[in-house]
Design a protein around this ligand. Sequence first.
Ligand SMILES: Nc1c(/N=C/[C@H](O)[C@H](O)[C@H](O)COP(=O)(O)O)[nH]c(=O)[nH]c1=O
Length: 363
Amino acid sequence: MNDQYFMDLALTLAKSVSGQTNPNPPVGSVVVKDSQIVGLGAHLKAGEPHAEVHALQMAGEKAKGATIYVTLEPCSHHGRTPPCADLIIEKELSRVVIATTDPNEKVAGKGIERLRNAGLQVDVGIRKEEAQHVNKQFFHFIEHKTPYVTLKSATSLDGKIATVSGESQWITNEEAREDVHFYRHTHDAILVGVNTVIKDNPSLTTRTPLGGKNPTRIIMDTHLRTPLDANVVTKDDAPTWIVVGNQVSPEQKEPYLAYPHVEIIQLEESSIQVKTLLKALANRKVMSLFVEGGAEVNGSFLKARAVQQIITYIAPKLIGGKGAPTSIGGDGFANLSDSLELSIISAEKMGTDIKIIAEPKTI
Ligand SMILES: Nc1c(/N=C/[C@H](O)[C@H](O)[C@H](O)COP(=O)(O)O)[nH]c(=O)[nH]c1=O
């Protein structure tokens, strides 16, 4: 047995609650005494006990003299729950192993300092990269005060998202389409352009075999063309925010007031700038955004370089056609040197299709 073994278990617990702890980070914790696991836990929901509290509750008396593994530095400030650092001291553990420190400059290092001042041995950095990956949405939001953006595309092998006649359902297979719903569950909001609403009339809800959290539906719709009979308007299984430009009149907005779950967010500018949109969403505590297209919307996010993760599903079929749309439209980059350089994080078969996860190269 070693520290990595127990931290891997804590990370598995943290990964398992991705998407349900927002606006808090997903955290996992394991308590070990004489190489025996005596307690484990994860933070299950914002406002409820932190992972350490669950693990220490399970450990009971065995916590005395034990080691606690936690994927994120124990909190030292009074949030909606008392500080975990104080609880660890009170339960008289002897050692604390932390994967990564808190990115929030207000609290970074304070929990560690308090634990060391109380005489506990504290080791930091076991499985640091993995923990930062588990918390990537939360860390990005804290550091940049703007939502973590995942751009998703589903294309044919020749990069098309529809035929020249506009037919698009379906290009990728059942398994790939179900996989998309996992990302809907783990992101606070999902965004599509009004053309996708008009063409596909999507519901944008999370439909996995066991359900899942529905993200807030965001429609980029400068001139408010979202049809009143669209699913995102008539169905209230998730909030719908329609983002419009400053030329939309009160009369145009009035019919949407009949739908309590629909809200119109009017920006100061005539055409929606991605950066302004993201700021407005961050102000509404949207920490993560899943962009499902279409091509023009994807093009605007690419141009703004406002993308942290790209998920592409590729089906083994060729569609062709000069006029058939590809996954990223817009103006694009005239010079190759301006293209967005990526790192391929993973490439895996998904039934007959391929799923590729990529991230922009860190500058
Ligand atoms: N055309 C394809 C996709 N098309 C994605 C479009 O955004 C489509 O409108 C929404 O996925 C529909 O949402 P909902 O199911 O009604 O909630 N996405 C895919 O993953 N594969 C494809 O083949």
